[in-house]
Ligand binder design. Structure first.
Ligand code: PLP
Length: 478
């Protein structure tokens, strides 16, 4: 007998895993007597205690039966043949039809922090020490009940701080009671889709638009109706007249993702009117409105109409960092209790210490200071990117206006140019996000979504320089 290590940390773990595997695959016949622990230890040249630990565990788990006075025997288990190919060996066989359909639209996330990663803030400039100090302080002070299951919709101090911030800077009409803290905007979209729409209902989405919200709607069994976005933002007048009336309308009014345009006042009014006419809920995703460089943001849609059913969705992923997993919903008073209950059941509340630290971070003015600093940094990074790309723009590469946000959009002439550039980028280690992947309909436009916020000057210069050379070579064939 040889003892394969099988990656176990201890010898007894390796012996346990090996014997269990042999029992599960039938290599050790059910009912067969096992050698004594002394003999096993001798044959394997390991300590008897090591053998006893492994055997005791097998007995405790029911793989081996101990008959006092007679010894140890392999249990007679009705186990499926372990090593034969089964449904667990390929994801295809394991996934439900709904799971497969959802995954067909879930791109593989590139988690390497590449130069043009869209939507990634300046992680290098996050005030970590300040944040750590607050976290430590609130960890020490945390009341015991914060360690238990919660159902308050988040820490009160955070809801209050957020409410002041949203009222002042985004003209959102709210009281702290209307806020539900979530683990990011994504969780907010999922709750909305599950609680306010039924499978088969339709959701109007922006085309091109944000894949995260689309995935949440798909997972809830909703039919997506892509609504074209032009220079004024989403245009409800262009929804086909025979389209099913929507239960939900999703929009990024402050800074359309990924086109980067602001929803005009005329379109805001048109959308509010559409939502009212169809009795639909408007989902206002205000993910990065803090980063405007030329003009202050327009007031929120939520604050524009008292009558319309608008849910305001916010996130700390862009203003702080995505791994924080904190976001929020501003709900009409009638919905707060049902949402809180469903959220506590489906997702569980948590991170109360982090929430308290965040409330403190906001109250002390650190939040406003960080945003103001990031606004300057991002504006500078965008300027650097534009300068680096200047040789290409001089020859016809068209870039979006960039009045706001964390990325620029480069339009390309053809789908084949987009594809070739993305492939060349992958080979050269410069990952590029194709604009076409933000479309769900059959008329995707070619382009590149170039995030700049998360990269310092040197990285932008290096990656931008590569892009200019690649674009010139592919376009002119030189
Ligand atoms: C349009 C849009 N909404 C929301 C989010 C933030 O989502 P979360 O709070 O789940 O990180 C993002 C992040 O990429 C986004 O691009």
């Amino acid at each position: 007998m040889e003892l394969p290590q099988r990656g176990s940390a201890t010898l007894s773990g390796a012996l346990y895993t090996t014997l269990r595997g042999w029992i599960q695959t039938g290599t050790l016949t059910p009912g067969a007597a096992l050698p004594s622990s002394r003999r096993l230890a001798g044959e394997l040249s390991i300590g008897r205690n090591t053998v006893l630990t492994a055997l005791e565990r097998l007995v405790a788990e029911g793989f081996v039966i101990s008959r006092p006075g007679a010894g140890l025997f392999v249990a007679r288990l009705a186990l499926p043949a372990f090593e034969s190919p089964g449904p667990m060996d390929t994801a295809e066989g394991a996934l439900s039809a709904r799971g497969s359909a959802l995954l067909a639209h879930c791109a593989v996330l590139n988690t390497s922090h590449h130069a043009f990663a869209p939507g990634v803030p300046a992680l290098d400039l996050f005030p970590r020490e300040q944040w750590q100090r607050l976290l430590r302080r609130h960890q020490q002070r945390a009341p015991e009940q914060w360690l238990a299951y919660r159902m308050e919709g988040g820490v009160q101090a955070l809801k209050e701080a957020l409410c002041d911030y949203l009222r002042l800077s985004r003209s959102v009409r709210c009281t702290p009671q209307q806020i539900l803290i979530t683990q990011g905007a994504q969780q907010g979209f999922e709750l909305i889709a599950r609680l306010l729409a039924d499978p088969g209902d339709s959701a109007w989405i922006e085309e091109p638009g944000y894949g995260g919200a689309q995935a949440a709607f798909r997972a809830a069994g909703l039919a997506l109706v892509p609504v074209p976005v032009d220079d004024e933002g989403m245009d409800p007048a262009r929804v086909p007249s025979d389209a099913k009336p929507p239960a939900l309308i999703y929009v990024t009014p402050s800074h359309q993702y990924p086109r980067g345009v602001t929803l005009s006042l005329a379109r805001r009014l048109a959308l509010l009117e559409s939502a009212e006419r169809h009795d639909a809920w408007l989902i206002e995703d205000d993910y990065d409105s803090e980063f405007r460089y030329a003009t202050p943001p327009l007031a929120s849609l939520q604050g524009l109409s008292e009558r319309t059913r608008v849910i305001y969705v916010g996130t700390f992923s862009k203003v702080l960092y995505p791994g924080l997993r904190l976001g929020y919903l501003v709900l009409p008073p009638s919905l707060i209790e049902p949402f809180r209950r469903a959220n506590a059941r489906l997702n569980r509340e948590g991170q109360y210490v982090t929430q308290a630290a965040l409330a403190d971070f906001i109250e002390r003015g650190y939040f406003a200071r960080h945003i103001a600093r990031m606004r300057r940094v991002y504006q500078h990074r965008q300027t650097v990117l534009r300068q680096v790309l200047a040789p290409a723009t001089a020859e016809g590469l068209s870039l979006s206006a960039g009045h706001a946000g964390m990325h620029l959009l480069a339009s390309l002439e053809s789908a084949s140019l987009e594809r070739t550039l993305v492939e060349a980028g992958n080979e050269a280690g410069t990952v590029l996000s194709p604009l076409s992947k933000y479309f769900v309909g059959n008329k995707p436009e070619p382009g590149l979504v170039l995030g700049y916020a998360g990269s310092n000057e040197e990285r932008i210069t290096r990656a931008g320089g590569w892009l200019v050379r690649a674009w010139q070579t592919l376009r002119t064939g030189t």
